[in-house]
Design a protein around this ligand. Sequence first.
Ligand SMILES: [Zn+2]
Length: 407
Amino acid sequence: MDINSINIEEIVKQVLSGMTGNAPVSGAAPAAAAGSVPKTAHVAVLTEKEHFEIREYPIPPVGDDDILVKVEGCGVCGTDAHEFKRDPFGLIPVVLGHEGTGEIVAMGKNVKTDTAGNPVKLGDKIVTCMIFKDDPEITMFDLNKKNVGGADVYGLLPDDDVHLNGWFSDYIFIRGGSFGSTFFNVSDLDFDSRMLIEPCAVLVHAVERAKTTNILRFNSRVAVQGCGPIGLICIAVLRTMGIENIVAVDGNEKRLEFARRMGANATVNFKDFPGGVEALAGGVKAAFKGHLADFAFQCTGNPVAHANIYKFIRNGGGLCELGFFINGGDATINPHFDICSKEITTVGSWVYTLRDYATTFDFLRRAKGIGLPMSDLITDRFPLSEINEALKTNLAMTGLKIAVVNK
Ligand SMILES: [Zn+2]
């Protein structure tokens, strides 16, 4: 080993900082391959609307409760696209990316387990979930009442002096202690599955909400409207639950074909029914061999689609509306015909709980086990240096899931 003056200077610094009680990572976790952790990281900062800039920042010292993760990749979410185009959350300048995964390359000595209580070590692959600043002691087992509405996430945090706050980067800094970070060891899932965890958790949550109606059963006829990534994953979750009678509705033949590969046994292209919603409902009924749906999932952000879906559902059926993640405008329905006289049971679904994450890991294993083409959902992969193109591709809606990958 070639100990030169720089090494010695480093060692002296470490010893000194250890004496002050503010030990950097190499002192706290000797197994950390100090040589493999660079001094700086690159992050994609959204500096103005429709413009990311790659910036280099020093990697802060990893404290006793912190984790430094080398980012492998991160999915592009609709939320990222909204922020890129319009900055509705007023976060600029911001490092986006919350559907990321990567490898622990350094961690403080107090980090022993993930949020589920499973052990973690250097080299493990993790994902982050919500940040509970107001309740850092929270565990995943008392969370049924909480969804992300009351929490922050990495990738939607305002910029600060740490900077490494989002997954569109080559390193992300997971802060421990009272910061309230939650994270999971997902080393047993493949790379693509790990990038799909967050959107899949949205569907696991939606199906849990749907189950509260007591209408969704193994033999239910289920309509899924909207075959973007969310609708397609909805079909996958239903299939892994053993629901087989699924009709997918969309206006894009390519997406409908994917819906069939994902397990829908019939599809309806609304463009084949220019005569209006009654004709379209007739198409859905024909796809169910003469029956309306027992239950429907509305997975588009289009108010007309919301208004239409009631016509696809039988009397006494159920509906889960999850397409309006953000305000998509008002929808006009007729409460008498659409809800009262049909006695429709409706639930809304938004984001997920921490608890849903654990269910999602199982779902992804089952989906792989029964051969669903989950990886094919990721249609476009861009290096970090081309993140502007990645976001523009997402907005163009030419693919399905877009990912930014570092490997
Ligand atoms: Zn997302």
